[in-house]
Design a protein. Structure first.
Ligand code: UGA
Length: 437
């Protein structure tokens, strides 16, 4: 099937490459020339395991191309809208400028029977509004909402083999046609018995935001337990293991630490709160404000622990920060708890030296005032405190005896509870986790 993908960021670039891999003929369109040049040359503009290989193999087949010209969408039957919906500056609501611009830009190139498929995360009600716009500008075309659940770091796998598909379809005549087109897009996944939920626009939009709200709530729940553990001497990691054995609860997303960040969970819970308030149902999701507050408190807690461990002041003390991305296997530093903590420590006068396997360049662009090194040993050399903020494999597997030989003070704050507490203490370290004795 011929398809276009508007927006070639984390979501769109992966979607375009995966659709081509599955046999479709795909054109990825983005306004950013440098991004398009990189993608066309088979290079991923961001770190995502498996994506460079996929881009190279898909472009070599001739089924995947990229363009900055919106007219390149002409001739495709299905047009995915995969642009960003960031948080508005100074407000909780989502900024829909890019979504509206993508749909407006597509309309002149739509033909009879085409389907515009929204993938971006949007406030409920957006799809109905955009569908009216499509109908007004291109009466023969329709719109569907097909939310995306991929995780950074696993984006290729999650797109090729999703754990579920959700179609938010128009009512009336367009319904069967839209479903048939989406079934063709996802023929391989459907053939592999991927669960499919066929529904209306509002439900499809809400599935996405409520899934992310649930995940954020689960993380903040365990982080709230960490706060209680901290004043009672309990160990939140054992608590998580024990409650996680209850299959109704489950152990996943119960890792207490410095909390959630990234381009999705934080802004999605805020946008959901803003939208619910607009709808007169602010009280229904008022708890998400608490979820957000708990999350942000954990960043402060790590900063406080570093200050305490250094006797009340970090001024001119060398602090090694291990990890800058919002999670491992990603170079994304959007709303990253790790980067936030590094910046706060720097603001308190600490001599922060930060390292990360993939995200130094992105962090440096946003916060050039920090010092960076690509070498973990250099970060540790002479450090008066060490803070682990992203659980990259190479940090989880650090040898505590080796690290002991490099630092000035053997103090480690494990902001992700990812180190072997006993082994580090045995090697002579003063170990402090979050919510752990
Ligand atoms: C999230 C959702 O998990 C995806 O399903 C969704 O498609 C995506 O947002 C999106 O809306 O596009 P992602 O942002 O890639 O995916 O990251 P997650 O794996 O959800 O992690 C989010 C944050 O939570 C990270 O900072 C991570 O370190 C933190 N986290 C996760 C915890 O602090 N504890 C946990 O137990 C799990």
């Amino acid at each position: 099937m011929k398809m276009s993908v508007i927006g070639c960021g984390y979501l769109g670039a992966v979607h375009a490459a995966c659709m081509a891999e599955l046999g479709h003929e795909v054109v990825g369109i983005d306004v950013d020339q440098s991004k398009i040049d990189a993608l066309a040359a088979g290079q991923a503009p961001f770190f995502e395991p498996g994506l460079p290989e996929l881009l190279r193999s898909a472009t070599a087949t001739g089924r995947l191309s990229f363009s900055t010209d919106p007219a390149a969408a002409k001739g495709s039957q299905v047009h995915f809208v995969a642009v960003g919906t960031p948080q508005k500056k100074g407000e909780n609501a989502a900024d829909l400028t890019y979504v509206d611009a993508a749909v407006d830009g597509l309309i002149p190139f739509l033909s009879e029977g085409d389907l515009v498929v929204g993938k971006s995360t949007v406030p409920v009600g957006t799809a109905a509004r955009l569908a009216a716009k499509v109908k007004a500008g291109a009466p023969g075309a329709d719109l569907a909402w097909n939310p995306e659940f991929l995780r950074e770091g696993f984006a290729v796998k999650d797109t090729i083999s999703p754990d579920r598909l959700v179609y938010g379809l128009p009512g009336g005549e367009g319904h069967a046609h839209a479903k048939a087109l989406l079934d063709e897009v996802y023929a391989i996944a459907l053939g592999n018995d991927t669960p499919l939920v066929v529904t209306d626009y509002a439900t499809a939009e809400l599935v996405k935001v409520s899934a992310n709200a649930f995940l954020a709530t689960k993380i903040s729940f365990i982080n709230a337990m960490a706060e209680i553990a901290e004043v009672t001497g309990a160990d939140v990691t054992q608590l998580a293991d024990a409650i996680g054995f209850d299959s109704r609860i489950g152990r996943k997303f119960l890792n207490a630490g410095v909390g959630f960040g990234g381009g999705c969970l934080p802004k999605d819970i805020r946008a959901f709160t803003a939208r619910a308030e607009e709808l007169g149902r602010g009280e229904s999701v008022a708890f998400l404000k608490e979820v957000d507050a708990i999350n942000l408190r954990r960043r402060q807690r790590v900063v406080d622990l570093v200050v305490e461990s250094l006797g009340g002041s970090v001024f001119q003390k060398k602090v090694a920060v291990l990890g800058l991305s919002f999670k491992p296997d990603s170079d994304d530093v959007r709303d990253s708890p790790a980067l936030d903590v590094a910046v706060q420590l720097n603001g308190l006068g600490a001599d922060v030296i930060a390292t990360d396997p993939e995200s130094i360049r992105n962090a440096q662009r946003l916060h050039p005032q920090l010092s960076f090194t690509e070498n973990t040993a250099d970060a540790l050399a002479g450090a008066e405190a060490v803070v682990i903020l992203t659980e990259w494999k190479e940090f989880r597997e650090l040898d505590p005896a080796w690290a002991f030989g490099l630092v000035e003070n053997a103090i480690v704050i494990d902001g992700r509870n990812c180190l072997d507490m006993a082994a580090w203490r045995e090697a002579g370290w003063t170990y402090q986790g979050l919510g752990r004795p």
